[in-house]
Each structure stands twice: as C-alpha cells, then as structure tokens.
Design a protein around this ligand. Structure first.
Ligand code: MN
Length: 405
C-alpha cells in the first residue's frame, strides 16, 4: 500500500525507524503502569508511551478524565468524534515541530495491562481455508464446510473472564477426553493456538435493534492480535451439538495495544471471493478487510505466515450478524475474527491444520512437535506495511505451564 512518498516523522527518533511497530502513523492505545503505580491510558510511539492521563491534567488533551482510568472503555465510549479529535491532536503534538515537553515514559520500564475491560467475548470462524481444513479433520471432506457457512458468520459466545494480556502464562487444562472405553480425565494432549485478530466494539447498540454493516463498521474502535488457545482433544469430545465450551475456556491472549481503524484505513482491501451472494443484511458497500501481514512463532521460530485479507467475513459483518436477533453490543465487546489461515500448510494459523491433526509433525528448533508442549512460548505478530513505515501490533505471547492434575 502507498501513502505519501515521504512519511510523516516524529520528534521521537525511534518512531522514524521503518522497522518500528509504532510510528506516528500508528498511535495505538493501551494501559500501562510504572513501578507498581496506578494503571492509566497511554499511546505507543517509537520506544516510548505518551502518558495520556498526565497530558490531560496538563490541559493538552480533553477526554473528560477518562485517561486516568485503568481501562480504555470510558474513553472509547466518548465516541468516534472524540477518537478522531484525540488522534489529530496527538499527531500534531508528536510531529517533528510538535511539543517536545510532552509527558512520555520509556516503554521498557512500563508494565502493560489489558487495554480494555472486556465486557463480552465472541469468537467466529471466518477463514474458508481454516473452516475447510478443520472440517475435513473433524468430519471428513464431504461434510467439511457446513451448508450455512457461505451464508452467515458462524460464531460462539466465549468467556470474557479468561481474556488475558500478552505475557500472561497459560495453564495446560485438565479435561474429559475420548478414550477407547469411554472418557478419560487428564491433561489435554492436543493443546493448540489460533492466530486471530480481535475487533474492539466502541459503541453500545440497543436491545431489539439491528445494526447494519455500515453502522457496524463505524462502531469498531480498533483491532488487537488474539490467540484463542484451544484444547483439541477436549473440543473433539464436547463440541457437538452446542459448539466449543471448556476447550476454549483455558485462556485467550490479546496484544496490549489497540491499533485503531483510523491507522488501518490506508490498508483497506477486499477479502476472499464470494462463493454465493450474501443476504442483503450482510452485504457491504465497500471492502471490509485490511492488508495486514500476520505470522506466529513457537519458541522464536516462525511457523506460519498469512494475511487478514484471506478472510470471508469482516468484523463489521460479524457485528451486524451478531445483532440480527436484537442482541445488544456494548463498549468493550471483543469479537474474534476466527483463525486466519491461508491455503498452504505454512500459511495456517493453528497446529491442528499445520500437522494434519497431529499426523505430520513439524520441526521447531530441531525438535519435533505436533501440538504445544509445556514450556513452549507462542507469539503472534502483525503489521500493515506502508511506504517507509509499518503499522505494528506489538507482542502477543504466552507460555504454557504444566497442568495441575
Ligand atoms: Mn477461535
């Protein structure tokens, strides 16, 4: 994607490195603390964090006091005009001729927290490749894609209580697993990741009222990286007929920085080609995806690379479908896109697909893996590549601890 030939620069030198995740074009929001102090809202720029609460107390920004709070929900609830105004003001303060007295802290000295109070978490299933690959493994090639799949976004209501910020350890779950003579109880042996994005809903909707795709798009504040940790053996035994339950409740990791839709706008693009026309309530008037390169690594070795543009349903379509029944959405709702997988094995966003259900091991730093072992660290990476800059998502990592029998 192209922007202007000379990208805008900041007086914070590290932000001008083309390999930096956080140039002045990005300005993602998060929540941080220093030395055990109170968590507050900030914006990442280069190797520093702008202390938005301090900016507000100095009269440099106005967000009704919401930046002093330990989550971004109250700022986000102020609405799109406030988002746009704050972004414009921060851009002016951070350009080369901006305000060099702006209060910032070194990112290396900060502790990053969950950026929002997650009010609800819904996860979808929107990559054709992933849905087909997993469907083949669970039900065979004839029944791989359910008949409704190309007509509506499929999802399930997950748990907000188990969403954690990048860097939080994840405990291998115990569970009921299918044995040769009935179920056995034990630690999951097929622990997996799912490479996803998560859309952050930035406005409430009213119970009983549907939201259209266009309105849904305007309601999305931004996106995070999201790892939907999954216990495949638990999932295979429990998922019919009501869908995943304990297989997905062990934890969901998100990146600490919310990349705004404003920062992603130059990278807007089309998704996968439609197999058949959508019903009118799901049709969109402009492309609803973004050209975001995504990858995941295990213990430092890159395993899979893909792009958000392979997806079949956008977050706006998923949000619109979510309100079809009149279900109200709330600020801080987190909508997982579903696992993002390209067609080739090295483009898949889950080990289940990459190893053909555990039949084809992969090599990680010289060791064979089918699923995730105790002590393994999984990291997700995401970036939209501009001319001379990139919009990065920052880290989204988690390390697996042994089960507690
Ligand atoms: Mn998922």
């Amino acid at each position: 994607m192209t922007d202007s030939p000379m990208p805008m620069k900041s007086w914070i030198a590290a932000a001008n490195d083309p390999a930096c995740d956080f140039p002045i074009q990005n300005l993602p929001y998060g929540v941080f603390s220093i030395d055990g102090g109170a968590p507050r809202c900030g914006v990442a720029i280069g190797d520093r964090i702008v202390d938005l609460a301090e900016c507000e107390s100095r009269g440099l920004l106005d967000a009704g006091g919401s930046f002093a709070r330990p989550a971004l929900n109250d700022f986000i609830a102020r609405g799109r005009a406030a988002w746009d105004e704050t972004r414009a003001r921060l851009t002016a303060l951070l350009t080369e001729d901006g305000d060099r007295t702006l209060p910032t802290v070194a990112m290396a000295e900060a502790t990053l927290h969950l950026p929002i109070r997650v009010t609800e978490f819904t996860d979808f299933y929107a990559s054709t490749n992933h849905a087909f690959n997993v469907g083949v493994l669970f039900r065979g090639p004839e029944n791989a894609l359910p008949p409704q799949w190309t007509h509506m976004p499929i999802g399930y209501n997950g748990r907000a209580s188990s969403v954690v910020v990048s860097g939080t350890d994840i405990r291998r779950p115990m569970g009921q697993l299918k044995g040769d003579n009935g179920p056995v109880w034990g630690p999951s042996r097929r622990l997996d990741l799912e490479l996803e994005l998560g859309a952050i809903v930035g406005a409430d909707s009213t119970m009983g009222e549907r939201v259209g795709v266009e309105q849904a798009e305007a309601m999305i504040f931004g996106y995070v990286l999201l790892n939907d940790w999954s216990a495949r053996d638990v999932q295979a035994w429990e998922y019919q007929p009501l869908g995943p339950f304990q297989a997905k409740a062990l934890g969901t990791t998100i990146s600490p920085w919310i990349v705004t839709t404003a920062a992603l706008e130059p990278f807007r693009c089309a998704g996968a080609e439609r197999v058949n026309p959508l019903l009118p309530y799901l049709q969109e008037s402009r492309p609803g995806f973004f050209d975001i390169d995504l990858s995941w690594s295990m213990n430092g070795q890159v395993m899979g690379r893909t792009n958000y543009n392979v997806m079949y349903y956008s977050s706006a379509q998923q949000l619109a479908h979510h309100t079809e029944s009149g279900c109200p959405m709330r600020v801080g709702d987190l909508l997982g896109t579903g696992t993002i997988s390209g067609p080739a094995p090295d483009q898949t966003g889950a080990l289940l697909e990459m190893t053909q259900g555990g039949k084809t091991p992969v090599t990680v730093n010289g060791e064979a893996r089918t699923f995730i072992e105790d002590g393994d660290t999984i990291a997700l990476h995401g970036q939209a590549r501009g001319e001379g800059y990139r919009i990065g998502f920052g880290p989204c990592t988690g390390t697996i601890l042994p089960a507690r029998p």
